[in-house]
Design a protein around this ligand. Structure first.
Ligand SMILES: Nc1ncnc2c1ncn2[C@@H]1O[C@H](COP(=O)(O)OP(=O)(O)O)[C@@H](O)[C@H]1O
Ligand SMILES: C[C@@](O)(CCOP(=O)(O)O)CC(=O)O
Ligand SMILES: [Mg+2]
Length: 357
């Protein structure tokens, strides 16, 4: 039997990093996904391996399930309905299982964290059962568009769909529908995956990837946002690679060095995010109101970008995009962890009419 799941990436409109320290943030899912297929071999296949194929990178892993069991010994736990954190000791054991495969090139070494997260989610949800898992993604990895969360959410969804504890309704054309309880479980497991990849995630990325649409997020609480006017954002990828875990740790270190100043920065970001959420949800009945709304959002994006610079997560490549878009009077901010990665630019609806006059 095969099950397939997909989960979207995201953009953060306001509040990245500060959200890790308790501030509010606003995020929206995007139409780029990570896809996971899970197949259990039939008895006649006589296969005792757990296979993982990362199609985009042409990386193929396979572990005899007995080898995983032996390495984890009593540390493994098979409890699909009780999401559990992976201890530092178990992360090391799983990372060693990944490393001994010797398939990840030095240049892509950060992929190891994703594969470690895979082994944790798989063994917790399915124990030591042979299976084949294939992953493919439309998202650029390590660019701020939440590939780590889309990976964790799509994986958790596929694994839970075929677990004993799943109680999913079949809808038309063979699709399974996840109810509120199941979505909550997917989100919790995905958060455990994100912890292995990010170190200290806020949970916003896995939450928006699980529930979709636009959300306001604060300390694990999500509020769904409804925008009644479209907001267009251009996403520019600087193509400068970076690692979320290192950037999040850098902000925490700065916070330890300058607690009072950083507290003020996080408080300002919190106000900005709440204002962004209010503006997004406010009605705009005509072009003038829509333009006013966009002007306010542009100003808040610039303010948020300034505060991200205070946190030390901007980058020369991001500044280049900011300067370039400013030439056209367009406002931009980094999105995700920064340090390279992607930049958002608001594209006003009246762009062409306004700029011409
Ligand atoms: N399709 C995938 N296959 C394996 N690992 C993945 C995949 N997508 C994401 N990851 C993991 O997530 C990491 C990138 O996450 P991160 O640094 O948080 O950036 P972002 O989430 O913005 O893309 C990768 O280095 C890898 O460990
Ligand atoms: C920096 C942060 O706010 C977002 C990270 O997003 P990404 O992994 O760069 O897509 C971290 C988090 O909230 O977990
Ligand atoms: Mg990430």
């Amino acid at each position: 039997m095969e099950v397939r799941a997909r989960a979207p990436g995201k953009i953060i409109l306001s509040g990245e990093h500060a959200v890790v320290h308790g501030s509010t943030a606003v995020a929206a899912s995007i139409d780029l996904h990570t896809y996971v297929s899970l197949t259990f071999p039939t008895n006649s296949d006589n296969d005792d391996k757990l296979w993982l194929h990362l199609d985009d990178m042409a990386l193929h892993f396979s572990w005899p399930v007995g080898r995983i069991k032996e390495a984890l010994s009593e540390k493994g736990s098979h409890a699909p309905s009780s999401p559990k954190s992976c201890s530092a000791e178990t992360i090391n054991i799983l990372a060693a299982l990944v490393e001994e495969q010797n398939v990840i090139p030095e240049a892509n070494i950060t992929i190891g964290a994703g594969v470690t997260a895979f082994l944790w989610l798989y063994t917790c949800i399915h124990g030591y059962k042979p299976a084949m898992v294939v992953v493919a993604s439309e998202l650029p990895l390590g660019s701020g568009l939440g590939s780590s969360a889309a990976f964790s959410v799509s994986l958790a969804a596929a694994l839970l769909a075929l677990s004993d504890s799943a109680n999913l309704d079949s809808t038309q054309q063979g699709w399974l529908s996840f109810g509120e309880k199941e979505l909550e479980l997917v989100n919790k497991w995905a958060f455990e995956g994100e912890k292995i990849i990010h170190g200290k995630p806020s949970g916003i990325d896995n939450t928006v990837s699980t529930y979709g649409n636009m959300i306001k997020f604060n300390s694990g609480e999500l509020t769904r946002l409804k925008s009644n006017t479209p907001i267009k954002m251009l996403i520019t990828n600087t193509n400068v690679g970076r690692n979320t875990k290192a950037l999040v740790a850098g902000v925490s270190e700065r916070t330890v060095r300058h607690p009072t100043a950083m507290e003020a920065v996080f408080k300002a970001v919190d106000s900005i995010s709440n204002e962004v959420a209010t503006i997004i949800q406010s009605p705009a009945h005509d072009d003038i109101a829509a333009t006013e709304k966009e002007d306010k959002l542009e100003e808040l994006m610039e303010m948020n970008q300034g505060l991200l610079q205070c946190m030390g997560v901007s980058h020369a490549s991001i500044e280049t995009v900011l300067r370039t878009t400013l030439k056209y009077k367009l406002a931009s901010k980094l999105t995700g962890a920064g340090g390279g990665g992607c930049v958002l630019t608001l594209l006003p609806t009246q762009l062409f009419q306004i700029r011409k006059s």
